[in-house]
Design a binder for this molecule. Structure first.
Ligand code: COA
Length: 255
């Protein structure tokens, strides 16, 4: 891989780093293709228990799509570029195990859209988040209009999209765009702590929680009941309830 770096720890947590620090980890097509390929391979690798996504260097998570590539787009190729960016973000969002963005610096444009497609976000106190596409004459195109609206509500989504202004991590926290704010330099550590906390729980229930909340079926309640029922038939559910009644910690096996 030319633009990504991966490290897997003993618990199966992959630290995936966007690795183009001299260009603030901007998302060119080659980097996004590498990421798509990588997430495909993670899907079929049950040894990958969770993914933490971050940017190399201290300055940026990702400063957006590569503007030198965007500048060449026309009506048709622009639509195709948006669709392939949306497909990557959807692949990440529908990944069956947790994906946490560790936003270590600027997350702008496609960088914000990528972070919003992760399941949870930890941001450095010094990080700045925004969707400045409007200043280039376009709008977010990798699913950002929809995810911003879903997470922060239409008023905040519209203000960010229509002004192109950047907000600091604390404001993003208040707006519901990030889950936690960390001290600078501690973002990946904080994301790892959060990941380990999640991975102590029953794996099938974690996957079902992701599926239920990110549900895009007609009837989310019916989907939730379906998932709840299927978990009640698992060994981990028997173990979890028995452990509680026996006043001991549960040992989950993902079955
Ligand atoms: N596309 C292409 N190149 C980019 C880029 C982008 N989105 N963002 C940064 N870069 C490049 C710069 O051109 C520069 O390259 P160079 O050193 O070869 O000149 C390098 O990354 C460093 O960026 P620079 O602008 O010098 O850093 P800065 O600290 O002065 O400013 C930002 C940082 C993030 C405020 C500024 O780079 C910026 O506004 N970037 C564009 C953000 C954007 O509009 N993203 C949405 C795209 S859809």
């Amino acid at each position: 891989m030319d633009y990504l770096k991966t490290e897997r720890d003993g618990d199966g947590v992959v630290l995936l780093t966007l690795n183009r620090p001299d260009k603030l980890n901007v998302l060119n097509i080659a980097l996004m293709d590498e990421m798509d390929e990588l997430f495909r391979s993670f899907e079929s690798d049950s040894g990958v228990k969770g993914v933490i996504l971050t940017g190399a260097g201290e300055k940026a998570f990702a400063a957006g799509a590569d503007i030198s590539e965007l500048a060449a787009l026309d009506r048709e190729s622009g639509k195709a570029r948006a669709q392939s960016g949306q497909a990557l973000c959807y692949r990440i969002e529908s990944f069956p195990r947790p994906v946490i963005a560790a936003i270590n610096g600027y997350a702008l444009g496609g960088g914000t859209e990528l972070a919003l497609s992760c399941h949870l976000r930890v941001a450095s106190r010094e990080a700045e988040i925004g969707v400045p596409e409007i200043t280039l004459g376009v709008i977010p195109g990798f699913g950002g209009t929809q995810r911003l609206k879903r997470l922060a509500g239409p008023a905040t989504a519209l203000e960010l999209i229509l002004t192109g202004d950047r907000i600091k991590a604390e404001e993003a926290l208040r707006a519901g765009l990030v889950n936690r704010v960390s001290e600078p330099g501690q973002t990946v550590q904080e994301a790892k702590k959060l990941m380990k906390r999640i991975l102590k729980n029953a794996p099938l229930a974690v996957t079902a929680g992701l599926r239920a909340v990110l549900d895009n079926t007609e009837d989310g309640y019916a989907h939730e009941a379906e998932l709840f029922g299927s978990l009640c038939g698992t060994e981990d559910f028997q173990e979890g309830t028995r452990a509680f009644l026996e006043k001991r910690p549960a040992t989950f096996r993902g079955r």
